[in-house]
Design a protein around this ligand. Structure first.
Ligand SMILES: [Zn+2]
Length: 335
């Protein structure tokens, strides 16, 4: 640790020392966040806050993390549970290269005095076990077991899978924390983010300061080859607003109000990380928003449906990048 500078935890104000320092990922490691710092948050605060919100955000976005095989410094195995068109649960793993039924499905129908048995199983042994059980329970005469085993066919399995994807309110403190992490990392000005600490700690309603961006355009030039996490912080005394813009997987964009009565010096800094290549990329733009603009986004929430095609276009782009890596499954997604 650099002895010439003193650093203070921006959450609790304690001086950061060799004894209480911790490696804080600016953007969650679970989302592939690469940038980290041991001079912004103390270990106590790191342990005490954010765990629930961090986990929620990681889980809400896990579809993209898993499918894009995003590199993390602490790698853990995580599989997506999705449903096929018949409602059967399917476990999708290895970045979407393989899919297996989560469990066998048995459906027995009695129709016109005849018994119809529908089975969906993972392998021959499972089929045999299920049939043997049915014989024991006198649901099936023994003589059919052999016949069914012989006739059973292994099907090429290409289900259309669906998964609901949205970021839940419980994850919002984690989004705010990434924005303040970056700001303090760059400026070491903890005072400027003081008002945001209760939101990160889950003690105040994040809707006071967090806005979903509903727009048909983005303030920067999109690069269809990239899937990015981005933190952009901008403020001028002219607009009176200091804010952060957070982007996850080139799809989800939020704004966080740092100061709606800003009178400090002009600030414009952007950190953009491409999760596909695992490299920081250069992105510079100016988006001089005023607080009224953010209020406008909130007023438009009722017309969310109008914006869905634009969000879906961005999702489709991410999925196209993924499809170049794997071609086995036809995945569906619902925003
Ligand atoms: Zn602290």
């Amino acid at each position: 640790m650099n002895k010439e500078h003193k650093y203070y935890c921006y959450i609790c104000g304690e001086e950061i020392t060799d004894a209480n320092k911790t490696n804080e990922h600016i953007i969650l490691n679970a989302l592939g966040g690469h940038l980290h710092s041991n001079t912004i948050i103390c270990n106590d605060c790191n342990v005490r806050i954010g765990e629930a919100a961090d986990c929620q955000l990681a889980e809400d976005l896990s579809f993209y993390t898993d499918m894009l095989k995003v590199k993390k410094s602490r790698q853990n195995n995580h599989n997506q549970v999705m449903v096929d068109e018949e409602g059967h649960e399917i476990i999708v793993n290895n970045g979407g290269e393989t899919a297996i039924l989560r469990k066998p499905y048995i459906n027995i129908e009695n129709k016109d005095g005849r018994k119809r048995i529908h089975l969906k199983v993972r392998n021959k042994k499972e089929l045999h076990d299920i049939l043997t059980g049915m014989v024991k329970r006198k649901e099936l005469p023994q003589k059919y077991v052999e016949e069914i085993m012989t006739k059973a066919e292994i099907e090429e399995f290409h289900p259309i899978l669906q998964r609901q994807i949205c970021i839940s309110d419980e994850a919002f403190p984690s989004i705010i924390k990434s924005a303040t992490n970056y700001y303090v990392f760059m400026t070491h000005d903890a005072d400027a983010v003081k008002l945001l600490v209760p939101y990160i700690e889950g003690k105040a309603d994040t809707k006071d300061v967090l806005y979903l961006y509903l727009s048909k355009t983005l303030p920067y030039i999109e690069n269809n080859e990239q899937v990015t996490h981005m933190i952009h912080i901008e403020g001028t005394s002219k607009t009176r607003l200091l804010y952060a813009m957070m982007e996850y997987y080139s799809i989800y964009v939020y704004f966080i109000v740092f100061d709606k009565n800003y009178s400090g010096k002009d600030i414009n800094m952007t950190y953009t990380y491409d999760v596909v290549t695992g490299k920081e990329v250069s992105r510079h733009f100016s988006f001089p928003l005023r607080f009224d603009d953010l209020e406008q986004f909130r007023n438009q929430l009722g017309q969310y449906q109008d914006y869905l095609p634009f969000v879906e276009k961005r999702v489709a782009n991410v999925m196209n990048i993924w499809k170049r890596h794997v071609n086995q499954l036809d995945l569906g997604y619902v925003i």
